[in-house]
Ligand binder design. Structure first.
Ligand code: ZN
Length: 374
């Protein structure tokens, strides 16, 4: 957001902060922790020591992290800062503060897999210089002796896997950027996300047939990612060029700070609104969300004041800000941001619900103008 640090602090849910690299916060998604547990679980009992298993996992973790750092550093080269790196099981996700242009995205997307290729080649060169290559089949059995080869092999897998043309993976991003050179961006995204979903379905099928459940898990992840990214990208395209006030709710109800939770509950029932700005006279002092209302009803009872239950740290956005930039603020289900001008005067509300309605209308208008060109 312009002049708004709120969106920078909005992290991907379900993740914990672990470190900062090149000024970028690194966070661990809880599914990654599940994977670590799983890897330790299947790693125990082989012909390798516990220390080697730990080393192998740490090395793969570092490889995935360096992959993301590769993306981030090339993005920085184009002046795009990375808000956070979140480590998911099939790779990290680095969240850029803005969407790169197609020509920039090719290089940013290539940077990650290149890091893995370099790590693999470096390790293999080191192994070859030391003892010569071992047969590939020997890598199936993890031992302490072939640790370096297995890390190299892991990096080669990361390299190839990320280059699969399945949006939102790097290969899919490259595909999308190349398509976007000749077609409208919306179409490029749709094709790349569609390819991602088809590929994910094939991967999932292969995983089921081979009884490889990691593959099924990965396929599911790619599938969800592709549909989510496809939708997010469509949202960005359909909202671009519009200011926030074009999509905000301008007809809404507010609460005064002296009103009670009972009053708020009545208003919740009487209107279709879920969130209520809490006012002190003309100025906003907080936002009462539906979940905070219900929580207050349970803990404090209906006679408590709304001002004790409201959120003082609510998302706010200027009415003239580009709508595209406000998308991250209301990306979660039920999310709500208050639209306020420079003097702090409340102008409207932006919710995920009415934003998706805005997008639906835009889509219909576009389809109509394509079907009946003027
Ligand atoms: Zn990547």
């Amino acid at each position: 957001m312009p002049n708004d640090d709120k969106s920078r602090q909005k992290f991907i849910a379900g993740s914990v902060s672990i470190a900062t690299i090149f000024g970028i916060p690194v966070r661990l998604h809880f599914t990654f922790i599940l994977l670590l547990v799983f890897l330790v679980f299947i790693g125990v009992g082989g012909q390798q020591s516990g220390a080697t298993t730990a080393l192998y996992i740490v090395a793969l973790f570092a490889s995935v992290l360096l992959h993301e750092v590769g993306h981030s550093l090339v993005a920085r080269h184009y002046g795009i800062h990375t808000l956070e790196i979140v480590m998911f099981p099939i790779g990290g996700v680095s969240r850029p503060e803005r969407q790169p242009k197609a020509s920039e995205e090719v290089w940013i997307a290539l940077a990650g897999p290149t890091v893995n290729l370099l790590i693999a080649l470096g390790l293999l060169a080191w192994v070859a210089a030391r003892q010569g290559f071992v047969a590939l089949t020997l890598l199936r059995e993890p031992t302490d002796a072939n640790l370096a080869e297995r890390i190299a092999f892991g990096n080669l897998t990361l390299f190839l896997f990320n280059l699969l043309p399945a949006y939102p993976m790097d290969g899919g991003r490259i595909l999308r950027s190349v398509l976007a050179l000749r077609r409208p961006e919306e179409e490029a995204t749709r094709v790349a996300a569609g390819a991602g979903q088809v590929l994910a379905a094939l991967l999932g099928l292969a995983g089921l047939l081979w009884g490889n459940f990691i593959l099924v898990f990965v396929a599911l992840f790619v599938y969800l990612g592709a549909s989510q990214e496809g939708m997010a990208a469509r949202g960005r395209i359909l909202t671009s060029g519009f200011p926030v006030h074009a999509a905000m709710i301008s007809d809404f109800r507010t609460l005064q700070h002296g009103e009670t939770i009972r009053d708020a509950g009545n208003l919740l029932l009487a209107t279709s609104q879920h969130d209520f700005p809490v006012m002190h006279g003309e100025s906003v002092i907080g936002l009462l969300t539906r979940s905070a209302l219900v929580r207050a009803m349970l803990t404090d009872g209906p006679d408590a004041y709304v001002s004790s239950a409201m959120d003082r740290e609510y998302a706010r956005v200027s009415p003239d800000a580009p709508l595209t930039e406000a998308l991250p603020l209301v990306s979660g289900t039920g999310a709500c941001a208050l639209v306020m001008d420079d003097e702090g005067k409340l102008k409207g509300m932006l919710t995920s619900e009415n934003l998706s309605e805005f997008i639906l209308l835009r889509q219909a208008a576009l389809a109509q103008s394509k079907a009946h060109p003027q």
